[in-house]
Design a protein. Structure first.
Length: 283
């Protein structure tokens, strides 16, 4: 695999650098936005989903004081998605959820056909730390029929894998035949940058990764992964319960009270990579 990645690095250095590829959706939050923006049609994201009953995005979104991500630079700003005891969506009492859905991504739009590269960066908040004894989904693609996730970025203690280090970022394949595609420590005080090239024609996923302002580099080859089924991209926190013998984790299990947890996001955009174009740095 190392020789394939080295060859790909040479190719990419000649064909892609700053963000110049065609954009399918741009989820970067413009400077001057406020939490109230997310409650309106002016938002880059669906103003009505996914969050707890009786809440609104203006009660959930924070604007942290941190350096910009590699793809935000001078045009947009990072945000923070938070969860609390009230983050119970659709009577799923076993979960705590708050997830942004790009407004143009309705489940049957062009964002899940051809070849696309999904960019995003995320970062821990020391003031709103997660409880790493739980499993969290941070970014995922949910199929249009809600039967699977074609990829999932997780952190925390994955259910069934108790005893492993919970403070890692684990990118997994389609949950119907799950494997770990890429794993790194979820280190503090840095941006973790991802670009996922999703080939919907050939059912594969390739991972690019870097930290802070470093140029993205290939972390894997194009790996077999069933990304069929269309669907919607989610960016936020889906916190799963703990407990033994659970038969329906959406309704059962333990969630401690009094939580205020959050993850920072930035540089969210989806590129069209049908022609091989993949941006590796933001400027």
């Amino acid at each position: 695999m190392a020789s394939k990645i080295a060859s790909l690095l040479l190719l990419l250095s000649a064909t892609a650098s700053a963000q110049r590829c065609a954009i399918q959706f741009d989820g970067r939050v413009p400077k001057g936005s406020t939490p109230d923006t997310f409650d309106t049609p002016a938002s880059k994201y669906n103003p009505d989903n996914v969050f707890g009953a009786g809440l609104s995005w203006s009660q959930i979104i924070q604007f942290p004081t941190v350096p910009p991500t590699i793809f935000d630079k001078n045009i947009s700003v990072p945000i923070e998605v938070t969860i609390s005891d009230a983050s119970i969506f659709n009577n799923q009492t076993g979960f705590r959820r708050a997830e942004l859905l790009p407004a143009s991504n309705n489940g049957s739009d062009p964002s899940t056909i051809g070849v696309k590269t999904l960019h995003f960066s995320l970062r821990r908040d020391p003031a709103r730390e997660l409880n790493y004894t739980h499993e969290y989904q941070l970014v995922f693609l949910e199929s249009a029929d809600f039967s699977t996730n074609q990829f999932v970025l997780k952190t925390g203690t994955i259910i069934g894998r108790e005893g492993e280090d919970g403070e890692r970022l684990i990118l997994q394949s389609n949950v119907k035949a799950v494997t770990d595609l890429h794993v790194v420590p979820f280190t503090e005080n840095v941006w973790h940058n991802y670009a996922l090239t999703l080939d919907f024609n050939n059912n594969s996923t390739q991972v690019f990764y870097s930290q802070d302002n470093a140029t993205l580099v290939p972390a894997t080859d194009a790996l077999p992964n069933d990304v069929s089924g269309r669907g919607q991209y989610h960016f936020g926190l889906l916190k799963k319960p703990t407990g033994e013998g659970l038969t329906d984790i959406t309704k059962e299990g333990f969630q401690e009270a009094g939580i205020t947890e959050g993850i920072l996001y930035g540089g969210v955009l989806l590129e069209d990579s049908e022609d091989g174009c993949i941006s590796l740095c933001g400027a």
